[in-house]
Design a protein around this ligand. Structure first.
Ligand code: 9PG
Length: 556
């Protein structure tokens, strides 16, 4: 149906099946909707698919795709749209009107996408729905309970007005359709990743646990490096006393024990890969769906609708809870929502959400932090969510951001930009901006850059660091303690400006996108892109990174 409608103080023409007014805007339904804008927008709000995916306001005339290298695309954004050069994004999109008002089109259901084509904002659902409501039979393998799971789909929210208000109204509707976080308190976390990376061991972690002494951390979180392999979630030889013993040592200091896992990833060297090839996600040609490349190996995904795979996932969650880990950082979750043919025929994000429901039920009352997670399909099932790519002890990497056009790459600039553009999710989930730094040792960040990261964490209220106590000067340690204890007043004064404890903070310096390559850089760019897509290069790079890490930790 074609309608002409007043939204806010603007007149639009739109095509949709049904529509009805709600607070602050209108809800329309249709597998395909279009909104004809009465102006040519200059800026588009692009929302990335998963935690690490680039998100922010982009200039409409600056094409954004493709991301490089192709082998990494599933780790950067929704691979279906990796080559879409038009302004586009997952579930929601927005444009700026000439008078500064913002027009938002946001889906209330899963498997939906937005694209701007000239003056037309176009939204579609990948799976055509009947009546906008989908009912799915779901069963909990741990309890055997079969339930009817009804999910709103085919619906969209449209609003025009003040940016903060339209996003807040959209978030409120998402809270109704998908749910909100459960845990009340945001934990303060010491995480092992951003200082030791995979070079962790029982001995090292126990020393750190001791040196943290009176620093006010609620959680001591063991990151990647404890496990035998991706898919083989048992302690490796660097943890001779086992993970249960480590959790007990953490509890003895009065802290919650936290553990990292990537439960939806499977790599060729794992035992699951050999023993249960039928649990893996395949495409329509019967080939394995690729979930990227990391740890020197190609990544594959678990089919989160396969009954025995679900039983294994539930048992895994119960196992780590029984070890004593009550804070779980589940990472690389996007793998479960990649396009593919699923055991029970579910659409991809619904299938992922089904898996997450099983995981959530099995982990019980643990704090659940999602990472590398598709945003909307995870809402309501987790407590915290990483909203940007990884930070690093540097601002930006020219190789990654410019030569490879990879804005999901680690670095403080990419992390600030993406997280800041997702603060509207705050009413729905604890918003994790990744760790902050107080150390100056092993760190290429300026004090201003470190401060911006600390300020963003103060805004989100999710405070974490990986700084080793031994790397901190007494002053740095005192600043870290102050930061963890502080509860400053926070007020947003502009899109990128805040008043934090009466101090003005401006994040604008992190917002620009990398400049396009100079003609003289094009050959270098082409070479790096070609190399970065070769598995032998990635394997060699993985070995080199481990060697360099071991050397730098020996020296420190
Ligand atoms: C552990 C880490 C940390 C970190 C997570 C995640 O190759 N990649 O593109 C890539 C992206 C992200 C990433 C690692 C590799 O980091 O965000 O906090 O837990 O895994 O491996």
């Amino acid at each position: 149906m074609n309608i002409s409608s007043q939204i806010g103080d603007m007149q639009f023409s739109l095509t949709a099946d049904k529509f009805h007014p709600v607070t602050g805007g209108m809800v329309i339904s249709g597998a395909n909707v279009t909104l004809q804008l009465p102006f040519q927008p200059k800026r588009y709000y692009r929302h990335g698919w998963q935690s690490w995916s680039p998100t922010g306001w982009i200039e409409v005339d600056r094409p954004f795709a493709p991301l490089h290298p192709a082998i990494m695309r599933p780790m950067q954004g929704d691979p279906i749209y990796a080559l879409d050069e038009k302004p586009n994004g997952s579930w929601l999109g927005a444009v700026e009107a000439p008078d500064g008002e913002v027009i938002l089109l946001g889906a209330l259901g899963l498997e939906s996408h937005i694209e701007l084509d000239g003056q037309t904002l176009h939204g579609w659902y990948e799976v055509r729905q009947e009546d906008g409501v989908r009912s799915l039979q779901t069963s909990d393998p741990t309890t055997g309970v079969v339930g009817l799971h009804t999910q709103l789909s085919g619906e969209w929210f449209i609003a025009s007005g003040d940016e903060t208000e339209v996003f807040a109204q959209y978030a409120a509707l998402l809270g109704e359709s998908l749910g909100k976080k459960r845990a009340a308190k945001q934990p303060r976390v010491w995480c092992s990743w951003y200082s030791l990376y995979t070079a962790i061991s029982e001995e090292r972690l126990l020393r750190i646990l001791n040196e943290l002494s009176d620093l006010p951390f609620d959680v001591f979180q063991v990151d990647d490096g404890w496990q035998k392999g991706i898919g083989d979630w048992e302690a490796n030889e660097k943890f001779p006393s086992g993970m249960k013993s480590l959790a007990a040592r953490i509890h003895a200091t009065g802290r919650t024990a936290g553990l990292w896992l990537a439960p939806l990833l499977i790599v060729p060297s794992s035992s699951i890969y050999r023993q249960h090839p039928d649990w893996l996600l395949h495409d329509e040609k019967g080939k394995l769906v690729r979930a990227g490349f990391n740890w020197g190996e190609p990544l594959y995904a678990l089919d989160t609708t396969h009954p025995t795979a679900l039983e294994w996932l539930a048992a895994l969650m119960k196992k780590v809870r029984a070890w004593g880990y009550n804070y779980l950082k589940l990472d690389f979750l996007y793998a479960g929502a990649l396009p593919g043919i699923r055991h029970n025929g579910m659409p991809r994000e619904a299938g992922y959400r089904h898996g997450l429901e099983v995981i959530r039920a099995a982990m019980g009352e643990a704090y659940f932090l999602t990472c590398g997670a598709p945003i909307l399909p995870s809402l309501g099932l987790c407590d915290g969510m990483r909203l940007g790519p990884d930070v690093a002890a540097y601002w930006d990497s020219k190789r990654d951001s410019r030569l490879l056009n990879n804005l999901a790459a680690p670095g403080v600039q990419n992390a600030l930009r993406t997280t800041l553009h997702r603060l509207w999710l705050k009413p729905l989930v604890h918003t994790d901006p990744d760790v902050v730094y107080f150390r100056t040792r092993q760190n290429g960040l300026s004090s201003e850059q470190m401060r911006l990261l600390q300020d963003l964490a103060a805004i989100t209220g999710f405070k974490a660091t990986s700084d080793l106590p031994a790397w901190l000067t007494p002053e740095e340690r005192a600043s870290l303690a102050d930061f963890l204890n502080a509860k400053p007043s926070i007020e947003q004064t502009g899109r990128y400006t805040f008043e934090i404890g009466g101090r003005r903070v401006d994040f604008s310096s992190a917002m620009p996108l990398p400049e396009p390559l100079e003609p003289s850089e094009k050959i270098q760019g082409a070479l790096v892109r070609w190399l970065a897509n070769k598995t032998w290069v990635l394997k060699a790079f993985d070995r080199f990174s481990r060697w360099r890490l071991a050397r730098s930790l020996r020296e420190s």
